[in-house]
Design a protein around this ligand. Sequence first.
Ligand code: HEC
Length: 342
Amino acid sequence: MTLIKQCSRLLAQSSPRNFYTRALLPTVSHWRRGSKSNNSGPKFNYNYGFVGLLGAAVCSVGAALNDGQISADELELAHGHMHWEHKEWFKSYDHKALRRGFQVYKEVCQACHSMQYFYWRLHVDVTHTKEEIKEIAAEYMYPGVDDDGNAIERPGDIQDIMPAPYENEIKARLANNGAEPPDLTLINIAREGNEDYLFSLLTGYEEVPAGQAEPAEGQAYNPYFHGYYIGMAQQLYNESVDYEDGTIPYQSQIAKDVIQYLSWTSHPWMDESIMYGMKAISSAALLTLFTYILMRTRRNGFRSRQIHFTVPGHEKSIAKNGNVSNFSKYKQVDDALSKMKR
Ligand code: HEC
């Protein structure tokens, strides 16, 4: 049903009039051509007519279904479109922004959200030095075993995954009025609109408009969230964090930094991939050029040469035989050769 609806909406958007004319036009021109050339009277091409009718039928069904009602799954505001530098060609992530973004995640989001699919070691030489990351990882305790095989708590290491704030989903839900804070490692690619959606979401909290229901306890109103009522209160305000590099911590700046960080955690090897891609494409282009020049200069003589094998003593008869080559120009050469020999 939704498929028909989407199709019909598409058709309706691309001007049904165009569609009808396009489908019916060949019928008209065919008729004109027919009557002019042999005067055999109007001819209708029933195939085109059928396409036109089918289009008309689909459009009318679509129009009937799509009568301006809003369905529940459209309950969200379209997110904005921001300029993200790291999405441009030949641009890498801004590593200073990633470092600030990590700070925002650690100081704000980590209270509720896990990043369980990300390793401390992946930060090395991207956001922090190895020593810095070792220190940060050691702030958290992980389950381990001692030399006697007893279960103990040990400080985290650079090889560990990033820790989760809650032990399990039930505890997470209990602490957040029943809503589970999703893991943030891949959140950037898990939501339609990616960075743009996250930015609109994090900075788009609003007062409830007149006539809308008040949010339940623990919920907030956010027009960019699917269904408007989100189980996460506004997290980012001006000066929510204190940046060590002196960047002014406006709400939009903080959101931008943490989103860049979350974008990087979704594609931690993006910069390397782009670099390898550039190397591969440029070396392939050079190789292609080199091969082309080689083929046109060094190999041309071999490639355009045709070799005829003749049996000794039968040169004449073979040369006279046109079937030696399928191309007449070679036959001419053969004939000329045989004449010279005679
Ligand atoms: C107090 C706990 C808490 C903090 C702190 C918090 N969140 Fe959330 N977050 C939640 C909860 C709970 C949900 C689930 C909301 C829902 O499903 O209604 C959520 C959902 C989300 C979602 C998913 C929205 C969607 O489309 O489903 C994103 C993205 C998100 N948070 C990002 C962040 C970021 C970035 C930060 C840090 C700046 C942060 N959150 C801080 C509790 C929190």
